[in-house]
Design a protein around this ligand. Structure first.
Ligand SMILES: C[S@@+](CC[C@H](N)C(=O)[O-])C[C@H]1O[C@@H](n2cnc3c(N)ncnc32)[C@H](O)[C@@H]1O
Length: 202
């Protein structure tokens, strides 16, 4: 196994351990789990609505427990959610079943994604900021491969200037919105963030 595969394997194990702790009630790192179930980010939903492609295909990268993916599926989008952590995906699948909604949840690493298709909208809420600096180019190339020509990237991420610059500089995406935003964590804290909405050329 080469060094990169090893690092990715360690990353998957790290997230797996975090989710197992969370699901067994030992949650101690709420900062790592940003989405509050049933309280979805209006700014992400607004961005999707403004893109104005009702019923289109959406990919949610680092979907976690799948709350945003499920919400978007309930509002008529055809959603795929991927996550590196198998236990998160297992939870998301049960979560979707209990909401009686169809979402394709897949265990997948965005740095070596096995997805073959392309999507009208690719969303990332809280995953990009966790990607190691040396892997940003791989992440961004993967995102670009997964967006259809003319499709969109909706990114909500921690306020890290260098990372946001990397999206602008390395992808060629046309950034139509870049605003201050915030995450609410499971323990009720508000964490400063940025939201970026960008389109791929046709
Ligand atoms: C901070 S959580 C955010 C989860 C969800 N998007 C939300 O907003 O609640 C980041 C998620 O990214 C996943 N993740 C981390 N690295 C990943 C990778 N390389 N590929 C796919 N998912 C990854 C983690 O397992 C975790 O579920």
């Amino acid at each position: 196994m080469d060094e990169k595969s090893l690092v990715r394997g360690v990353m998957a194990l790290k997230w797996e351990a975090k989710y197992r702790k969370r699901f067994s009630g030992e949650e101690s790192e709420s900062r790592a789990f940003l989405a509050v179930p049933e309280r979805l980010d209006e700014d992400i939903y607004e961005a999707v609505l403004q893109i104005n492609l009702p019923g289109c295909t959406v990919l949610d990268i680092g979907t976690g427990t799948g709350d945003h993916a499920i919400f978007l599926a309930q509002t008529g989008y055809q959603v795929t959610g991927i996550d590196i952590a198998a236990s998160a995906i297992a939870f998301a699948q049960k979560n979707a079943a209990s909401h009686k909604v169809n979402v394709s949840f897949i265990v997948d690493n965005i740095l070596s994604s096995s997805l073959k298709g392309q999507y009208d909208i690719v969303i990332d809420r809280g995953c990009y900021e966790l990607i190691a600096i040396e892997n940003l180019e791989i992440y961004l190339a993967s995102v670009m491969r997964l967006i259809k020509p003319g499709g969109w990237f909706v990114l909500k991420t921690a306020r890290r200037k260098r990372r946001i610059e990397a999206v602008k500089l390395t992808t060629g995406l046309n950034v139509v919105k870049l605003d201050d935003a915030a995450y609410t964590t499971l323990d009720g804290r508000v964490v400063k963030a940025r939201i970026l909405v960008a389109q791929k050329s046709h």
